[in-house]
Design a binder for this molecule. Structure first.
Ligand SMILES: Cc1cc2nc3c(=O)[nH]c(=O)nc-3n(C[C@H](O)[C@H](O)[C@H](O)COP(=O)(O)OP(=O)(O)OC[C@H]3O[C@@H](n4cnc5c(N)ncnc54)[C@H](O)[C@@H]3O)c2cc1C
Length: 249
């Protein structure tokens, strides 16, 4: 971020637009300058959004100011994923609700700041589990697990996070709200004709997947957990397209 007046203008704009906490003081910036890695980078500031509207408003203000944002859950990442010179958006304090458990259909809808152990406790009475269990399960959030495609001690049997994510509600960089889940090929063709950002994604990504399919099949490492790059191997030929699988990891 450039000069202090620019930062002040951003802080004022964020305080006006965001209902949650907007913290740009030195102590908060110091607290968020580390995760579980060896890195230490002081963020520009910190936001603790209360809801999706807050996230939308914060993204708009930071986009206008040309400032990067960095989402954060429990901050237990080992490779510096949760630190950076950005406005950190901490989802763990307020956006941590388990919205709905649909036991018959076998899914739950949660906010990104839900801690993995809390989800496990809520699912247990329904005899359901969320497959991957990181060693940090009592503080790692589902948003962070999605960001890292986390796995754990039982992942060989129950899979990695990508295997447990059916659908993701997200905001694109331009602020467009999207819901990514399984979309049948006929519907992909319909969406690909749209003029908006989602239309671009449904045009370009299947095209990239098909163009690279052979090479990805040949050259992606044959290991159980691979988090380097996009999951271009998560699109079965002729099957539904689920862009949520690209957001994971
Ligand atoms: C002692 C120790 C043991 C560990 N054991 C394991 C293990 O067994 N298995 C394993 O896979 N990992 C393990 N980890 C790594 C880490 O705990 C996991 O990857 C964990 O799932 C990260 O969750 P978090 O909430 O802390 O995410 P964070 O570190 O806060 O964030 C992780 C990534 O997700 C992004 N993110 C977070 N929230 C959102 C959001 N709402 N929207 C978009 N992006 C978001 C962040 O920007 C970042 O890139 C371990 C770490 C430690 C320190």
């Amino acid at each position: 971020m450039g000069s202090a007046p620019e930062t002040q203008a951003l802080v004022q704009e964020l305080r006006r637009a965001v209902r949650g906490e907007v913290r740009f003081d030195a102590v908060s910036r110091a607290l968020y300058s580390t995760d579980a890695s060896i890195y230490e980078i002081e963020p520009i500031g910190v936001i603790l959004p209360r809801d999706a509207d807050d996230v939308q408003a914060a993204l708009e203000a930071t986009r206008r100011a040309g400032v990067p944002v960095l989402p954060r859950g429990g901050g237990t990442s080992l490779a510096g994923q949760a630190v950076g010179r950005a406005v950190v958006m901490d989802f763990s304090k307020y956006m941590n609700r388990i919205v709905e458990v649909h036991a018959e259909a076998g899914w739950a809808r949660v906010q990104p700041g839900v801690v993995r152990s809390d989800l496990a406790a809520a699912l247990a009475p329904h005899k359901m589990i969320f497959g991957p269990e990181t060693s940090t399960a009592n503080r790692a959030t589902i948003g962070g697990m999605i960001g890292n495609n986390s796995s754990g001690s039982r992942s060989i049997v129950y899979g990695k996070t990508i295997d447990s994510v059916r659908s993701v509600q997200a905001l694109l960089a331009g602020g467009e709200a999207v819901t990514f889940g399984p979309v049948e090929p006929e519907e992909v063709a319909v969406r690909a004709r749209r003029e908006d950002a989602e239309g671009v994604l449904y045009r370009r990504i299947p095209e990239i997947v098909e163009r690279t399919r052979d090479e990805v099949g040949r050259r992606f490492p044959k290991v159980h957990r691979r988090v380097g790059g996009y999951n271009l191997d998560a699109f079965p030929p002729g099957g539904p397209v689920n862009l949520a699988k690209l957001i994971v990891g």
